[in-house]
Design a protein around this ligand. Structure first.
Ligand code: RTP
Ligand code: MG
Length: 139
């Protein structure tokens, strides 16, 4: 079996509301193996670096403020077809459009405070995973 990796973070709203354990349970039940995990908090500047791809979007300032507003739980995950399967598990960006059973349907509060991030390509998964974790922290 060929596995590959994706990157995720449980976002500040979901961590603050005490949903970390429930979300990790759904991720493992869906067949993802945790390669790296920690709890940390981004500064607004570092959140801006992470989401630099969105810097021209109208929601960028709000997004940086929100993503640095509290603790997050970044993780690297491994599974066959990890990037696409994880995007399916978390559901649409806007929870009103997220399918039943998805993590965002269960835990997201709004299009911004949407509980969890998922990388959108293998290339970005590698870049984002290395943004948070050194090679010696990936098992
Ligand atoms: P993510 O990168 O966090 O996994 O989310 P995504 O691919 O589903 O959505 P993306 O377009 O990459 O947007 C990144 C995050 O920005 C916030 N957002 N706010 N106010 C708005 O209209 C708006 N649109 C996006 C969300 O937190 C979204 O997950
Ligand atoms: Mg995205």
């Amino acid at each position: 079996m060929t596995t590959n990796r994706t990157f995720t973070m449980i976002k500040p709203d979901a961590v603050a509301d005490g949903h970390t354990g429930a979300i990790i349970q759904l991720i493992e039940a869906a067949g993802f193996r945790i390669v790296a995990i920690k709890k940390t908090q981004l500064s607004a500047d570092r959140a801006g670096q992470f989401y630099a791809v969105h810097q021209e979007r109208p929601f960028y300032g709000d997004l940086c403020q929100y993503m640095s507003s509290g603790a997050i739980v970044p993780m690297i995950l491994e599974k066959e077809n990890a990037v696409a399967d994880f995007r399916a598990l978390i559901g649409a960006t806007n929870p009103e459009q997220a399918a039943e059973g998805t993590i965002r349907k269960k835990f997201a509060k709004s299009v911004q405070a949407n509980a969890i991030h998922g990388s959108d390509s293998d290339e970005n998964a590698a870049i984002e995973g290395s943004f948070f974790f050194a090679d010696l922290e990936k098992f």
